[in-house]
Design a protein around this ligand. Structure first.
Ligand SMILES: C[S@@+](CC[C@H](N)C(=O)[O-])C[C@H]1O[C@@H](n2cnc3c(N)ncnc32)[C@H](O)[C@@H]1O
Length: 258
């Protein structure tokens, strides 16, 4: 990842390297915004602080990359908050992206403690947000956080995403406007989840892939997604990759500073 990060620093540009008007507006007005004061952020920040200090232990069932499937262990909430939760600047970015694109249906693959879910849910309380988690104890904690924040637009789907995602997409039977893929960080599941979701997209759908350089498999998955014929525009921010399907857009891949 270190080598990939140096490569990213070398290759990444800013607004001056963007010639697409759509992306220029998105980058200057949404992606690279530094100060966005939103009252929800104060409460979310204090929840994160609380979790980062929590010695409570829960039993973990990790169905993701590097895990020993079907083998559980115990982990402190503060360890999960430190290692699995996406930092606040990404939650704020997703909040701004949702405000910009106004999705009706949002999916999150990989809930964990639900912090990023809350950043997304609060951006559009009338959107339906379905979040998927495989670990029952982790999902239980996330549910407590959603209740605490009165986030009534979130549904948690418990189980292995390999099965729960296709089932939920079929049951949902409507357009998927926004999806954040942050669960099983391996090549096959990442590509499989992407392909499961594709039949449900519309022209302005937005997909976000997490940890695109986390491993060789994830880098390969990112390359596969970029090359997919339905994908027109991608934005590599190193820690995450944004994917767009706008048919009016010339196919192009950008690497930008975040
Ligand atoms: C990196 S964390 C998600 C972090 C969260 N999206 C955030 O930004 O705060 C990944 C989560 O995905 C879950 N997960 C991994 N593989 C899964 C699978 N195959 N099915 C269901 N959940 C899975 C893990 O239990 C873990 O809680």
């Amino acid at each position: 990842m270190i080598a990939a990060y140096f490569k990213y620093l070398f290759r990444s540009g800013n607004q001056h390297s963007i010639h697409s008007p759509f992306l220029f507006e998105l980058y200057t007005q949404v992606i690279s915004v530094r100060k966005d004061n939103n009252p929800d952020y104060v409460a979310l920040k204090s929840l994160r602080k609380e979790l980062l200090a929590s010695d409570e232990e829960i039993e973990i069932l990790d169905l993701g990359a590097g895990s020993r499937v079907d083998k559980s262990n115990f982990r402190k909430i503060k360890t999960i908050a430190r290692n699995a939760e996406k930092p606040a600047k990404f939650g704020r970015l997703f909040n701004r992206l949702i405000q910009r694109f106004q999705p009706h249906t949002i999916l999150e693959l990989g809930t964990s403690l639900g912090l990023t879910t809350l950043y997304m849910a609060k951006a559009k309380p009338d959107a339906d947000l379905i979040t998927f988690e495989g670990c029952p104890e982790t999902a239980k904690k996330a549910k407590q956080h959603f209740d605490k924040f009165n986030a009534n637009n979130i549904e948690i789907v418990l189980g292995n995403i390999d099965q729960t995602l296709p089932e939920a997409l079929k049951r949902m039977n409507r357009v998927l406007d926004f999806a954040y893929f942050d669960a099983n960080h391996r090549f096959e599941p990442t590509v499989q989840y992407f392909e499961d979701c594709l039949p449900y997209i519309q022209n302005d759908s937005v997909f976000i892939f997490d940890d695109i350089y986390w491993s060789e498999g994830m880098t390969k998955a990112w390359e596969h997604i970029k090359a997919h014929p339905r994908v027109t525009l991608t934005v590599d921010l190193f820690w995450i990759g944004l994917v767009f399907f706008r048919t009016e857009q010339v196919k192009e891949d950008f690497v930008l500073r975040f």
